[in-house]
Design a protein around this ligand. Structure first.
Ligand SMILES: Nc1ncnc2c1ncn2[C@@H]1O[C@H](COP(=O)(O)OP(=O)(O)O)[C@@H](O)[C@H]1O
Ligand SMILES: [Mg+2]
Length: 301
């Protein structure tokens, strides 16, 4: 029987199909599993983790394509599965720690700063009074801010804060993530996405839009751009800062030409990047994962 690996996803879609093809070509059977269907079942013995589709055994590796949102408890349990799998010797890609660090924009921002990766000035607080004071200072100094959901993705829920009155109230339990707005110059708004795999930048694209939120999911246009050294180097350091095996790094170039990292995605999509650049991103990410499995299996032999 072929060794079975798990692709954690709720919607296999294009990425799932592409990955499954790469894994099956390499002699593995790929099983799509939702993290919502895994469970802990501790009897008197055994590892206690049930991954549906594996007949009581564990996958030889797990590729994480999606961790569905939910309550704090549900998300904690889903992350527990990733940590437990790794503790039981199953390579998890990206691992639970990287996913935690990248899902949480405050943690990403702190790690970027601690690794000397350029990122815009940012304030994160639970306190409305602190957030308001930050916004008032920015307004007095003529700086525009962006307010982002701490766990946001795909450009959803971002707001520009130009005046103190734009802040409004914080919802109960809401955290204010406030970042200086980076002006990129004349013309359409643009930012850049670089994919880093195993510490190397492999492809880059520019995303441009008439709207300042330039996610592909928000309708931005994507075009391939050269992997110029400075851009590649900063993106590689950003992926390293969060310990990612692979990552989609978002960068903005300010009016002085300096790159600033705004986000590191630990569960990035790459369909748009693959189409825009012609680089076989699936093959590169797939092989990086398979190399980890091979190293794991060799260690057991
Ligand atoms: N500090 C900023 N200044 C200007 N535009 C920004 C800034 N941060 C984010 N954006 C825009 O918003 C988009 C989404 O922000 P990002 O931090 O990548 O969050 P998401 O997880 O929603 O992708 C970016 O691709 C960029 O176009
Ligand atoms: Mg982004």
């Amino acid at each position: 029987m072929r060794p079975r690996l798990a692709i954690f996803t709720d919607e296999p879609g294009w990425h799932g199909r592409q990955l499954a093809r790469v894994f099956e070509r390499a002699g593995y059977e790929a099983v799509f599993v939702s993290l919502t269907d895994c469970r802990v079942e501790l009897g008197t013995s055994g590892h206690g983790l049930v991954v549906p589709g594996f007949d009581g055994a564990l996958p030889v590796g797990a590729f994480v394509r999606g961790v569905p949102g939910g309550s704090l408890e549900a998300i904690t349990l889903r992350l527990d599965f990733l940590h437990l799998l790794a503790a039981l010797g199953c390579p998890v890609f990206n691992d639970g720690r990287t996913i935690e660090r990248t899902v949480d924009k405050a943690m990403t921002t702190l790690l970027l700063r601690h690794h000397d990766v350029p990122t815009p000035p940012t304030c994160v607080t639970e306190s409305h009074a602190v957030a308001l004071a930050h916004v008032e200072r920015a307004e007095a100094e003529g700086r525009v801010l962006v307010k982002k959901p701490l766990f946001g993705s795909q450009g959803k829920g971002l707001r520009r804060i130009v005046r103190a009155s734009d802040l409004g109230f914080l919802l109960p339990g809401e955290v204010a993530y406030l970042q200086d707005f980076v002006h990129t110059g004349d013309g359409p708004f643009r930012d850049c996405r670089v994919m880093v795999v195993d510490g190397r930048a492999i492809a880059a694209m520019e995303r441009s839009s008439h709207h300042w939120i330039t996610n592909r999911a928000q309708g931005a246009e994507c075009r391939s751009i050269p992997l110029q050294d400075t851009l590649a180097g900063i993106a590689e350091r950003a992926a390293g800062a969060v310990g990612a095996a692979y990552a989609g790094v978002d960068l903005l170039r300010d009016r002085d030409g300096h790159w600033l990292v705004t986000e590191v995605n630990g569960i990035p999509a790459w369909q748009g990047l693959q189409r825009a650049t012609g680089v076989d991103v699936t093959a590169l990410i797939g092989s990086a994962f398979l190399a980890r499995l091979d190293r794991g299996l060799a260690a057991l032999a």
